[in-house]
Design a protein around this ligand. Structure first.
Ligand code: PLP
Length: 403
């Protein structure tokens, strides 16, 4: 077993395996122990008096959680729905669009595969077309991103899907500018903020997107199965979840229909949403405030990227201002087509080597449209610069062995 660099003192709040250098907060987040304990307290309350919990308590508790989230992400709580994940939020938006034959949907080659697949499925069903813009990576500027997306828009475009921060390439997209330009053309915009809240300041209303969805289990460090969808006031009327619950037919003059429909989509473990206020509060205590935590993680991601680029003798793939708490570097070699998994189950055998030989968990994947092989680092409160130095040494060794 190699000697591993220590994580930061904040790591005491997590249950992460000390035998792994964990540099992939971005994929599944990691939930701190105090939040898991708070969730367990809600679960105990639920299991003690289930009928009371589901029929009387959960609505008010969800309202409180939604109010706290709305403040954190800058939107009105009335248009905010809790959903289990971004994948389902995207499917919900598509289902409400009323797509028609001949409509065009614009995505780009940095979007998350589940979202593209869901768009493609919906388009196929009605004879609409999915248009895939290509955003160059390495990326010179946000201008380059802006033009790549806008060039794919025609007068048939119904909706554009845009990540706020992309998954494979960790790029902050210029969403404010894109939404402004797209809405001016009468095009709807779905912002996929899976990685944004907790990495960068998010002001959902200010984006003026038609729909904004994000995961809460990633950077806000809530339990798994917690995400949200915000719907613009102009689009709320008649907007429905994929499935209607046993309460959908009830008349509630005291409550918006949008809220009633999304409050309760069947029996489920709603405790994952109820701890949102605790999670937001807890994460802010680590460095004194959310701003301080985000600044720390941003500086660490940039430092980690610099360490890796120096070791590999390459330049950063993007300007610093397009980086949040994750950074992607281009690694020598050809990126494997997605789905071409290595025998160990990872997308690229290099990731397997890093895990098995060096005990580093970091994703190595690809941007197949551009033949790029990529490695993405994350920087969360528990990470340290020494962990990226260790990764840089391991990476050099494994790339040299590849020849
Ligand atoms: C940009 C982006 N969108 C959507 C998703 C899907 O999120 P989920 O698996 O929670 O549905 C991910 C997952 O990592 C993502 O990175």
């Amino acid at each position: 077993m190699p000697t591993l660099p220590a994580p930061s003192s904040h790591s005491r709040h997590w249950r992460l395996d000390p035998g792994v250098v964990f540099l992939n907060h971005g994929s599944y987040g990691a939930c701190p122990v105090p939040i898991l304990e708070a969730q367990q307290r809600f679960r105990d309350r639920m299991e003690r008096e289930l009928v009371r919990f589901f029929m009387l308590d959960v609505e008010g508790l969800l309202d409180a959680a939604r109010a706290s989230l709305a403040e954190f992400i800058g939107c009105d709580a009335e248009g905010l729905a809790f959903l289990p994940n971004v994948t389902q939020a995207v499917a919900t938006v598509i289902d409400n669009l009323g797509l028609k034959s001949g409509d065009e949907i614009v995505v780009n080659d940095h979007e998350y595969s589940a979202c593209i697949s869901t768009f493609t499925k919906a388009a196929k069903r009605v004879g609409a077309k999915v248009v895939r813009a290509s955003v160059p990576f390495p990326t010179k500027s946000s201008d380059e991103i802006f033009h790549a997306v806008m060039d794919a828009v025609t007068d048939r475009t119904r909706i554009v899907l845009l990540s706020h921060i992309t998954s494979p390439t960790a790029l902050i997209f210029p969403v404010d500018r894109l939404v402004l330009a797209l809405r001016a053309k009468g095009v709807e915009v779905l912002l996929d903020g899976a990685h944004a809240p907790g990495q960068i300041p998010v002001d959902v209303s200010a984006t003026n997107a038609d729909y904004y969805t994000a995961n809460l289990h990633k950077w806000p460090c809530c339990p798994k199965g917690s995400a949200f969808l915000w719907v613009h006031p102009d689009r709320r009327e008649g907007f429905e979840p994929l499935a209607l619950s046993a309460r959908a037919h009830l008349k509630r003059p005291d409550r918006d229909r949008f809220r009633c429909l999304f409050d309760y989509i069947g029996t489920d473990d709603y405790t994952r949403f109820l701890v949102v206020p605790e999670a937001l509060e807890f994460m802010a205590t680590l460095e004194g405030s959310w701003d301080a935590l985000r600044a720390r993680n941003n500086a660490l991601a940039l430092k980690g990227r610099r360490i890796l680029c120096d070791a590999l003798g390459c330049e950063p793939a993007t300007p610093d201002d397009l980086v949040g708490s994750m950074a992607t570097i281009v690694v020598p070699g050809v990126g494997l087509e997605s789905g071409g998994t290595s025998p160990g189950g990872y997308e690229d055998p290099l990731q397997e080597k890093l895990v098995e030989k060096h005990h580093i968990q970091v994703p190595v994947w690809s941007l197949p449209s551009q033949g790029r092989r990529l490695l993405r680092i994350s920087a969360q409160a528990y990470n340290t610069p020494e962990q990226y130095e260790y990764l840089a040494r391991a990476l050099k060794q494994e790339l040299a062995a590849e020849g």
